[in-house]
Ligand binder design. Structure first.
Ligand SMILES: Cc1ncc(COP(=O)(O)O)c(C=O)c1O
Length: 387
């Protein structure tokens, strides 16, 4: 089976993990977690700080707590994302406000946000409240989905205008740039995931990033049972959301290879662009002027008829593909949180397909993907000349 996204592991990872073990570090104690945090923060800029934790989901929960989300408040999220974007909001007793995406980037639509804020909220004493529920609007939680930067400049402008907190879910887009600036550096904070299928992995793990070291210090405090550094007793009801040293060593090795791993995913994108065109399909390219990280390449133009059975049929041919996320407003679990009919999200769900995009996928693998697609669509096979 050609997987959607598998890790690229080799001697560099083995050496770092061996080094960590030889020093005797396995749990969260020791210098490795700090080294990993320092390296990820430095990648995002000299002013950035980082707090490592056990997953991207934990990072979202920690970031929301550290930024000051209170029970009963509202957080605006896009209709398309993994459930992990929304669940931490609900676990904290707050509520997501689900709004539509725009189809080029699959990210939260600034127009949808602006319309909702203008029509459905009022300002009182410097804060924004939803008219119908009277609840305070805490902030925006946009997602850079599949490595495609959302329209983060416009969303940051709206957050500024309305005095809202901006948290970027950058779990899928490490290394992407929006008009030259790295995603994850626009908001009050951002999060990353180091799950096994992400651009770099730590065998699981996550991180909170912020230019405000108070935010990352609070995230680290809550991740470590609400204990202050050097203090054995907790002074609140915290969590154990720490990242182990072995995971940090693996993550550090992967980070050292980030350019190579990003180049591999970019190569898949360029090859797919030509291959899909000959099948009469398009590929999501993101916003003009942005540099996506191409975590997953998304084919579009399939149409509802072909989508049915396509995923199953390609799996039977040895190729793992996946439809984009089912829009939240279509799930019984989340539909009550939708504040509009999310047409662009539904249209994308009916037309888009994520293709295998691992950095080490070679021309033979890509040809097998295109071959399986062409056979399913009964279109003649394109010929790829790249090695
Ligand atoms: C957009 C998005 N947000 C959050 C997460 C959560 O990350 P994790 O799986 O590390 O908890 C994921 C992950 O898989 C994701 O795709």
């Amino acid at each position: 089976m050609i997987p959607l996204s598998e890790p690229s592991l080799g001697p560099c990872e083995a050496a770092r993990v061996q080094e960590c073990l030889a020093e005797g570090w396995v749990s969260a104690e020791g210098p490795w977690t700090g080294r990993f945090e320092t390296a990820v923060a430095a990648l995002h800029g000299p002013h950035m700080h980082a707090a490592a934790c056990s997953s991207g989901t934990a990072a979202l929960q920690l970031a929301l707590i550290a930024l000051g989300l209170r029970p009963g408040e509202l957080v605006i999220v896009p209709a398309l994302s993994f459930a992990a974007t929304v669940n931490p909001i609900i676990h904290l007793g707050a509520e997501p406000v689900i709004l539509d995406v725009e189809e080029d980037s699959l990210g939260l639509s600034p127009e949808a946000v602006k319309n909702w804020l203008e029509r459905e909220t009022l300002r009182r004493q410097g804060a924004v409240f939803e008219r119908r529920s009277g609840r305070r609007v805490f902030g925006l939680l946009p997602v850079h989905l599949y490595g495609l930067p959302c329209r983060i400049h416009d969303l940051a402008q709206l957050a500024l205008e309305y005095g809202l907190t901006l948290l970027e879910d950058n779990a899928e887009a490490l290394g992407a740039r929006a008009r030259g600036q790295l995603t994850g550096t626009f908001g009050h904070a951002s999060i990353l995931s180091f799950n096994g299928n992400k651009t770099i992995t730590a065998g699981g793990g996550g991180m909170v990033l912020s230019a405000d070291d108070g935010v990352t210090a609070r995230a680290a405090y809550w991740a470590n049972q609400a204990r202050r550094p050097g203090q054995p007793d907790p002074d609140d009801y915290g969590f154990n959301f720490r990242l182990s040293s072995v995971q940090a060593a693996l993550g550090l090795a992967q980070l050292e290879r980030l350019d190579e791993l990003l180049a591999g995913r970019r190569a898949q994108h360029e090859a797919y662009r030509a291959g899909l065109a000959s099948l009469g399909l398009g590929l999501l390219e993101g916003q003009a002027g942005d540099d996506p990280s191409w975590w997953l390449n998304i084919a579009r133009g399939l149409g509802r008829r072909e989508m049915e059975g396509l995923v199953v049929d390609l799996a039977a041919r040895g190729v793992q593909v996946r439809r984009v996320f089912r829009p939240f407003d279509c799930w019984p679990l989340y539909s009550a949180y939708a504040r509009m009919e999310c047409r662009a999200a539904r249209h994308s769900y009916e037309n888009c397909l994520a293709l295998p995009s691992s950095s080490q996928l070679d021309a033979i693998g890509r040809a097998a993907v295109l071959d399986a697609l062409a056979t399913h669509l009964a279109v003649p096979l394109p010929v790829e000349t790249a090695s």
